[in-house]
Design a protein around this ligand. Structure first.
Ligand code: PLP
Length: 457
């Protein structure tokens, strides 16, 4: 392939991508009917003997892949708190793909090392997290939990005179792990991966919004790790960080915060109070591919004590942070990696501090507006709408599930089903730059239409 062919090929990929995005407004929010089956059929063939023309490959992707996609980049996709993708970040991602940089070290890519340092600095500035915190750009909040809690585990055991890095967990002092009973499922998966166990954790009771009750707290002693939540995946509620961090500190515990999407509230003067006190924690897990609207996969782990992170993640045993040359492979669980920093840096460049704050505030207002519209039509809203999350019930569990299925089938918008306090519910997560006032109106009409069409209990 000569350079002219490459140029035409990349231009064609960009043309198809732009056409795809342009068409989102007029297509269903879920896959087009039958498209996923058609794609699976077209893919069901053995590895070809001979390679295929790259333009044909693009055409295949677009003809068979595009219709089978979920329109999560569009303005009426409200599933899983995953935002859309900002054009500036998508374009940066294209270019960084062409760079083909390996982000594991300064030598493999001084450029990406510089972008990582800059992106992490801006994230801390946006959120008001202490600037001394060190960070890792990982695949998502799940791996961010893993990164932070590995640092936590090793550090609290080190303080108890045990070296996990060298000796593993066999014979180690027991670590008390405290979580709220509404903690996200990924946290338990990570506790299992780290040898801390899913079942042996202390679960603190929560109020009706999913917030840990900061009263009658148990007595705990080191080594201990307390996990708080900034943004419940259903209600959007925040654990009361100030009293809980005060209690955990007195007990000598490490405090970790799951702020996958909710931590971005710190970037908005209007909503920052929800997360008040959270900046005093020891570690924070959040996603860039949620509210910051960058391409997948993109999570961020931040650890206040840089040494605790590098002790747990250094590629060859104990490693001292020089303070000058940050080596990604010594602060992240992975070695070879793509250039996630470029997408994040581009998103923050495009939005600025004001833009991040406006994105958060706009989505929160849209959630309130949608909740008000549903409530006025007699739909029961099960949560206090404090952020970007709305949890709705349409009557019995059976009827609610039927309404959610109807909404998904009709495709005007996409919302997922969830269970909240034992009841089936529909969860609406508004976290995209692409969602407009008109989208909210169209989504509300579609929800009320489905509600009218499903027989009453
Ligand atoms: C999405 C989410 C996670 C998991 O994030 P991934 O990026 O999918 O790994 C964890 N906690 C909360 C509160 C979330 O919303």
């Amino acid at each position: 392939m000569d350079s002219g062919d490459t140029r035409r090929l990349l231009a064609e990929a960009a043309r198809r991508a732009a056409a795809y995005l342009d068409a989102l407004d007029g297509r269903p929010a879920g896959p087009l009917p039958g498209a996923a089956e058609t794609l699976a059929g077209a893919l069901d063939r053995p590895l070809p003997e001979e390679g295929r023309d790259a333009q044909d490959i693009l055409a295949f992707l677009d003809d068979f892949g595009s219709p089978a996609t979920v329109a999560s980049a569009g303005g009426r996709y409200f599933g899983f708190v995953t935002g859309g993708v900002l054009p500036a970040s998508l374009a940066a991602n294209y270019l960084a793909g062409a760079w083909d940089q390996n982000s594991f070290s300064q030598v493999s890519s001084p450029a990406i090392a510089a972008f990582e340092a800059a992106a992490l600095r801006w994230i801390k500035e946006a959120l008001g997290i202490p600037m001394a915190a060190e960070g890792a750009l990982v695949t998502g909040a799940t791996m961010a939990h893993f990164t932070c809690l590995a640092a936590a585990r090793n550090r609290v055991l080190k303080q108890a005179g045990w070296d996990v890095d060298a000796d593993g967990l066999f014979g180690a002092p027991e670590v008390t792990v405290v979580v709220g009973e509404e903690a996200h499922a990924t946290l338990f998966k990570v506790l299992s991966m780290l040898g801390l166990g899913r079942k042996r954790v202390v679960r603190l009771p929560c109020d009706d919004q999913g917030r840990i009750l900061a009263r009658d707290l148990p007595e705990i002693a080191p080594p201990a790790i307390v996990c708080l939540q900034a943004g419940n995946v259903n209600s959007g509620a925040f654990d009361p960080a100030e009293p809980l961090i005060g209690w955990a500190r007195e007990a000598g515990a490490w405090v970790h915060v799951d702020g996958a999407f909710g931590l971005w509230a710190l970037a908005s003067p209007d909503r920052a109070d929800l997360a008040k006190g959270v900046a005093a924690a020891d570690s924070w897990a959040l996603d860039a591919h949620k509210w910051l609207n960058v391409p997948y996969d993109s999570g961020i782990a931040l650890v206040a004590d840089a040494g605790a992170l590098s002790d747990a993640m250094a590629i060859s045993g104990a490693y001292l942070m020089s303070g000058e040359r940050r080596e990604a492979m010594n602060v992240t669980p992975e070695s070879s990696r793509r250039a996630r920093a470029v997408d994040i840096w581009a998103a923050l460049s495009a939005l600025g501090r004001k833009g991040v704050s406006e994105l958060v505030e706009r989505n929160c207002r849209q959630a309130s507006e949608l909740a008000d519209g549903l409530r006025q039509a007699g739909v029961e809203i099960l949560n206090d709408v404090v952020l970007n999350q709305v949890v709705a019930s349409f009557g019995s569990d059976e009827r609610t599930r039927a309404v959610v299925a109807r909404i998904q089938d009709e495709g005007e918008c996409w919302c997922g089903a969830t269970v909240w306090h034992g009841r089936a519910a529909m969860r609406i997560s508004i976290s995209s730059w692409a969602t407009t006032h008109e989208d909210i109106g169209r989504a509300l009409s579609a929800m009320l239409k489905a509600d009218r069409e499903i027989p009453r209990d």
